[in-house]
Design a protein around this ligand. Structure first.
Ligand SMILES: Nc1ncnc2c1ncn2[C@@H]1O[C@H](COP(=O)(O)OP(=O)(O)OP(=O)(O)O)[C@@H](O)[C@H]1O
Ligand SMILES: [Mg+2]
Length: 360
């Protein structure tokens, strides 16, 4: 089966990743695609930006998308670990019940780095199959490490190929057919001795690994699925930036970080980079009956307009100088207050540029 096209939007904090991702997904749906927008940003602003309710199940978004279809998915990071084990242990309900009771698991449930992204990608893979998705847009977290998650599958694969796996597999084999009264894999003498010396939590740790070994194959499969989505031939990386020095530095950093993962950036989306029309300023400028306060306001509007234009030119030149091979796409600064209005406006701009991101 040929998978869907995947577009990952990354960039520094507050540059408009969520807004631009939502707009791109909306424009793709309006062009006739079955599009899915996924947010792995823990701030969970995607729902606000689109004016819809979203959660860990891909939902149809009821924005006007004639010909196409738009789905949204925004898993809750606080539920990630639970969702993760529920997926892993789908075929092992008794082991799942034991795991949820395990004290070590209960501690892990609060914080395991990387699990949220892995879960989000697994839910994405399921939504792709369930809704016959043609194109996925992924809105990432606001950090310089936003693309770190791309490397997780590789790192996990290394871990799985290493000694840890051998140990887990041995535990699993040993556990087969040797269960105690509760159905849990039976502990060895060493484990019982450790438990006696160090307390019962050691037993919980051994039991946790043994349970995990039962689902090693599912874990490897999840990891491969994530790898395919993020590192597949049809995956594109867009760097979103705003006309500020900080956003530019973040963008350079992310492009370099992607390069270390052997991923080339597809394009730079320079957001808030086209100033609103200054027609009304020009009109007022020409008016004969202006007052001093009006002229002050006009001067400051004019100053703001020029500073913005200069900032955009400087940042755009900076990108061209350092990455002449990378296409730049400018998105306007939208003065409407409502986030949905901004998404709608950017979607209209992006509608004419879609061939840069996806095949027809
Ligand atoms: N082109 C634009 N014109 C005007 N306002 C914009 C534009 N793009 C984004 N915004 C506004 O800027 C704010 C930040 O945008 P957004 O949440 O999309 O950024 P982000 O990069 O996802 O942020 P974070 O790093 O916190 O995830 C929002 O209030 C959004 O409505
Ligand atoms: Mg965001």
């Amino acid at each position: 089966m040929i998978g869907p096209e995947v577009i990952v939007c990354a960039g520094g904090g507050g540059v408009g990743k969520t807004t631009a991702s939502a707009a791109l997904a909306l424009a793709l749906a309006r062009s006739g695609k079955r599009a899915l927008i996924v947010s792995i940003d823990p701030a969970r602003r995607l729902a606000d930006a689109m004016g819809v309710t979203l959660d860990g199940r891909a939902r149809s978004v009821t924005l006007d998308t004639p010909g196409g279809k738009l789905y949204g998915l925004m898993p809750d990071p606080r539920r990630s670990m639970r969702t993760f084990v529920e997926i892993l242990f789908e075929q092992e309900p008794q082991a799942l019940a034991r795991l949820l009771d395990n004290r070590i698991y209960q501690v892990l449930e609060d914080a395991v780095p990387g699990i949220h992204e892995l879960v989000a990608m697994t839910l994405t893979a399921r939504a792709i199959a369930e809704h016959c998705i043609d194109v996925v847009v992924i809105d990432t977290a606001p950090s310089r490490f936003a693309v770190d998650f791309v490397g997780y599958p590789d790192r996990l694969a290394k871990l799985l190929g290493g000694r840890a796996v051998g140990w887990l597999a041995q535990l699993a084999q040993r556990g087969q057919g040797r269960h105690d009264d509760s159905g849990a894999p039976k502990a060895t003498r060493i484990e019982r001795l450790l438990a006696w010396v160090l307390g019962p939590v050691v037993g919980d740790a051994a039991a946790l690994f043994a349970e995990m070994a039962l689902v090693l194959d599912s874990f490897v499969a999840l990891n491969q699925q994530t790898s395919q989505l993020l590192l597949g031939a049809a995956t594109k990386y867009l760097i979103v930036a705003a006309p500020t020095a900080a956003a530019q530095a973040d963008a350079h950093y992310l492009i370099a970080q992607l390069a270390t993962l052997q991923i080339s950036t597809t394009a730079i989306l320079l957001n808030s980079a086209l100033s609103p029309s200054r027609d009304f300023v020009d009109l007022l400028d020409k008016a004969t009956e202006t007052t001093a306060p009006m002229r002050d306001v006009l001067r400051s509007l004019d100053y703001e307009w020029q500073s913005r234009a200069l900032a955009v030119a400087t940042i755009a030149d900076g990108f061209s100088g350092r990455h002449p091979e990378l296409p730049q796409l400018r998105l306007p600064f939208v003065e409407q207050a409502e986030p949905q209005e901004i998404v709608e406006t950017l979607a209209r701009v992006l509608a004419t540029e879609l061939c840069r991101f996806v095949a027809d």
